[in-house]
Design a binder for this molecule. Structure first.
Ligand SMILES: Nc1ncnc2c1ncn2[C@@H]1O[C@H](COP(=O)(O)OP(=O)(O)OP(=O)(O)O)[C@@H](O)[C@H]1O
Ligand SMILES: O=C(O)c1ccc[n+]([C@@H]2O[C@H](COP(=O)([O-])O)[C@@H](O)[C@H]2O)c1
Length: 189
């Protein structure tokens, strides 16, 4: 039987507890057996954003998930053309791991933009997508597509933007990120 692997794509600039709570939920309370956190060196919709070096973002994800056998840091997009198109990443992952069945994990806030993604039609035809509703955003019609499933998940109202702003203001990021990530980020300032 093939393993079902959830893919959480992001810039992880930096990873935070919101990502981790979500990944652990999907890996332990759904039919997904592992969640891979795919670090996008350059998201197509975030070109020009201020990003920590990708190697450092990867290192922070690895620190955050250390010791958790159900979570994995996946740097495959580092070797693919930029910006990082999800369809290209899925194609590459399916070649590398023919025995796995990949499921896209996505916040409801990302769903309205999905029709503008590269090869969105093929992506939707070939891939199961689990969408978790986020407060303040309504799910578009796309949520009724055959391969789209709405899955409730516990959410924390924090973002990487909030972590970066807190760091810049010299404010605490304790509990917003794991202690190892906090140590790295506050030492680097
Ligand atoms: N607190 C959260 N709860 C649930 N999903 C989240 C949360 N924060 C981010 N996500 C989702 O995780 C994925 C990767 O997130 P990303 O790396 O872009 O982090 P972010 O915190 O949204 O970053 P930024 O604030 O820099 O835009 C995205 O699909 C995003 O919607
Ligand atoms: O494939 C696309 O066209 C595409 C367009 C926008 C975003 N994405 C992916 O979605 C992920 C989350 O995007 P973002 O901009 O919210 O960080 C990120 O890893 C991107 O690579 C993918």
């Amino acid at each position: 039987m093939s393993s079902r692997i959830g893919l959480l794509f992001g810039s992880f600039n930096p990873i935070h507890t919101g990502h981790l709570v979500l990944a652990e939920h999907f890996a332990t309370r759904t039919d997904i057996s592992e969640v891979w956190l795919v670090i996008s060196p350059q998201s197509p919709f975030k070109v020009g954003h201020d990003l920590l070096p990708e190697a450092e973002r990867l290192q922070l994800v690895e620190l955050a998930i250390a010791g958790n056998p159900r979570l994995r840091a996946e740097p495959i997009e580092f070797d693919l053309p930029r910006p990082s198109y999800t369809i290209a990443t899925l194609d590459a992952l399916r070649v590398r791991h023919p025995g796995h069945d990949f499921v896209l994990l996505m916040g409801g806030d990302n769903l309205p933009g999905l029709p503008r993604w590269k090869e969105a039609g093929r992506l939707l035809a070939e891939t199961d997508i689990y969408v978790y509703p986020r407060p303040g955003t309504e799910l578009p019609d796309l949520a009724t597509f055959p391969r789209v499933r709405v899955v409730q998940a516990p959410l924390l109202d924090i973002s990487a933007t909030y972590i970066r702003a807190s760091l810049q203001a010299g404010q605490s990021i304790r509990y917003l990120v794991p202690p190892t990530v906090e140590e790295h980020l506050t030492k680097a300032r």
